[in-house]
Design a protein around this ligand. Sequence first.
Ligand code: ATP
Ligand code: MG
Ligand code: MG
Length: 377
Amino acid sequence: MRVLIYGAGQLARMMALSAVPMGIEVQAVDVGSETVVDPISKLPAGMSLSQAIEEADVLSVEFEHVPEHLLEQAHVSGKLKPGIEAILTGADRVREKRLLERLGIANCAHRIVTDVEQLEEAVAALGERLILKASRDGYDGYGQWRLAQAADLAGLKTALAELDLNKVPLVVEQMADFSRELSLVGVRDAKGRCQFYPLAENLHYQGQLHVSLAPAPGITEALTTQAQQAFTALATELDYVGVLAVEFFQVDDRLLVNEIAPRVHNSGHWSMQGADTSQFENHIRAICGLPLGCTAALRPSAMINIIGCKEFSQQLLSIPECHLHWYGKSVRKKRKMGHINVSAESYAALGARLEKLSGYLPMEHFPKLVAEAQRLQ
Ligand code: ATP
Ligand code: MG
Ligand code: MG
């Protein structure tokens, strides 16, 4: 079988690597240049996009922000999984919020704003601690603004003046007072059967994921049930096929959906070593119509993103059950360069390994690691 992925970054690469043992070939489209490449070597595959679409059995995406004309072309081929509606929903916060509301799934109180003059109204309705998100093209916290107090509103309006909010509205959300961030990565096959990885706990810094822990410590059955019910409702409504991630805020014992990602997700990378079947392999299996693999966690695992740096000691590999996944990209500030997966038989042992790991890494780029290592021990 042959799969064509839109987007030629690390997620396409990890899907391709997981497909090799199953004898499935994966190609990727660089959506900027519309060139078809091998996602592992990054070398051009030597064929046009229309030929690659023709020769592929299945098309899928590694991220939701695929230019609409490409998505439309993929859709009309009849081979796109998940389908276009799921991808468009994940790419547009207005659609996403409407879907959550329609399904009655708890999320942050919000307003859709198409003119900066509506911001006063939003403050009156939601309070003065707000997060403003461009409805399209945001990821890793880009395209977001925060309001801490009503007195800062005038400055914020000036900062937003250049945006065409009629074209790309803002979703203005109440800041959630959450105790932690969790995510559920799951997979749904074409017959509608869902399997779920355990909830992961996610530590963000400046809007970007730094560390995931799975299974999230102290998870109750009630939390898992809420998360799986939200996932199932969304995936069923979207007639979803493949891996889907749902991000949550935990407020007391309640989960609020933050956003969904119609694809494999950074908070599922731990599954490469921490679960029997990784999220990448399960996505490939689902879209190719193959039986799904086991999603249970084998042992407590942590995933540490390497962001904006490449200086670290490869001696970190001397830590037992520690694995490096390097994406082979040039360094830029805030860019995800690779990740490290560490597992251990207990959370305390995992904490000790994370502490050891911190000795091999430039700590200024890993603001969450030491505190997390200490918390677990
Ligand atoms: P991603 O890379 O996950 O796609 P994104 O740019 O789409 O990120 P969000 O996930 O919406 O952005 O927000 C990024 C982070 O900002 C969240 O993980 C959370 O830490 C914080 N955040 C977002 N919305 C809220 C909110 N309503 N209340 C409190 N914190 C929030
Ligand atoms: Mg997002
Ligand atoms: Mg997010």
